[in-house]
Design a protein around this ligand. Structure first.
Ligand code: SF4
Length: 363
């Protein structure tokens, strides 16, 4: 079969298009159609160009090309795995922690990730952008809750909005005195870097608050020259960036790939922030690692890589109880202290090679 490798002009949304462009085997078409009937599919030209069509285990394809495994849902998997709904006082707002809210403006993304924790909420046919009334009510909620210091724009992907609309939103938020930080979570610089224009970057900024951008990327190959240029445009405008990645089987569940990813973030002036343990989203078990694997990878990262490159390994507690750091423990009480119920015997601390040392108690 001749595989077209020239740059695509449009985003692929239909399984037949994925097959026609060599991104999935023809034999998989009927499986892909079953998955696509349940979960949204979108592969942008930038992502399609990154996929190695000769590699059946390509880590980029694994993130975006549907798999029949997505139709196997485990009992512990949940349509709302991190409990957004239980903390939604008004449409569009998730208020889980005292000083910050999520503000979900749109339900569409440039690409649809096969492991998405909001996969039951995003995509065509789900809710669209907030209505004018719902937007006003959400803004009112933020305005009347003075503890809200940070507003996290998420979705869907907020960079799917037009620069004009985004500028209105950041201006509305910046006009609220107690909102000091606007954080924008996005995959667009990786998935569709041409969307990141000077106008878009200007729209992210507002005089009344400081904007941060959190980039979602999971594999070093996603940080292409175009993605790096899009991030540079954001950072050069004075907007700091952090990263978030999801630990995924067959994508980044090896120390070398994670190390390269974290180093690349730092080289791009993006501070590694979160490495998420895969959420219990329906049909994603084939992409989740164990927590023990994640901890071992974090240990390897700690040993080999600069402190600048260390993300927090976190797990969202099912049911909406928030994030917990679940990285390996380096400090434990001296076992003798437990036996004798005394903190005076101090601690055991593990160094980056795995060797254990005593740490003295405070005299
Ligand atoms: S870009 Fe984010 S919200 Fe959209 S499908 Fe991917 S993980 Fe989900």
């Amino acid at each position: 079969m001749t595989v077209p490798t020239r740059k695509l002009a449009t985003t692929l949304r239909q399984p037949a298009e994925l097959v026609a462009h060599g991104l999935a085997p023809a034999a998989a078409l009927s499986d892909l159609e079953k998955v696509a009937a349940r979960y949204a599919v979108a592969v942008t030209p930038a992502v399609a160009a990154l996929i190695d069509r000769d590699d059946p285990d390509d880590p980029i394809a694994r993130q975006y090309i549907p798999s029949i495994d997505e139709l196997s849902t485990l009992p512990e998997e949940n349509a709302d795995p991190i409990g957004d709904h239980v903390h939604a006082p008004v449409e569009g707002i998730v208020h889980r922690y005292p000083d910050r809210v999520l503000f979900k403006l749109v339900h569409v993304c440039a690409v649809y990730c096969r492991f998405c924790f909001r996969r039951e909420m995003v995509g065509p046919g789900k809710d669209n952008a907030l209505s004018g009334e719902a937007y006003a009510a959400a803004l009112d909620y933020i305005r009347t809750h003075p503890d809200i210091w940070e507003v996290i724009l998420t979705g869907g992907d907020p960079l799917m909005l037009s620069p004009r609309r985004l500028a209105e939103i950041t201006a509305d938020l910046g006009a609220i005195d107690h909102v000091r930080i606007i954080r924008v979570h996005t995959r667009v610089p990786v998935a569709d870097p041409v969307r990141v224009s000077a106008e878009m970057v200007a729209a992210l900024k507002t005089p009344g608050a400081t904007t941060w951008v959190a980039l979602h990327a999971n594999h070093p190959r996603e940080l292409t020259a175009a993605a790096r240029a899009a991030c540079a445009l954001i950072i050069d405008a004075g907007i700091p960036m952090v990263s978030q990645s999801v630990l995924l089987t067959g994508v980044n569940d090896d120390a070398g790939t994670l190390e390269q990813l974290m180093r690349m973030f730092v080289e791009c002036r993006i501070k590694p922030y979160y490495l998420h343990h895969g959420d219990l989203a329906p049909g994603t078990a084939h992409l989740r690692t164990t927590v023990a694997q994640g901890q071992a990878l974090m240990r390897a990262l700690r040993g080999n890589v600069s402190g600048l490159c260390q993300p927090d390994y976190v797990l969202d507690i099912p049911g909406g109880f928030g994030k917990a750091p679940v990285g390996p423990e380096y400090l434990t009480r001296n076992p003798a202290a437990d036996r004798e119920a005394s903190a005076e015997l101090g601690y055991r601390v593990v160094d980056y090679c795995g060797d254990v040392h005593a740490y003295p108690p405070k005299p």
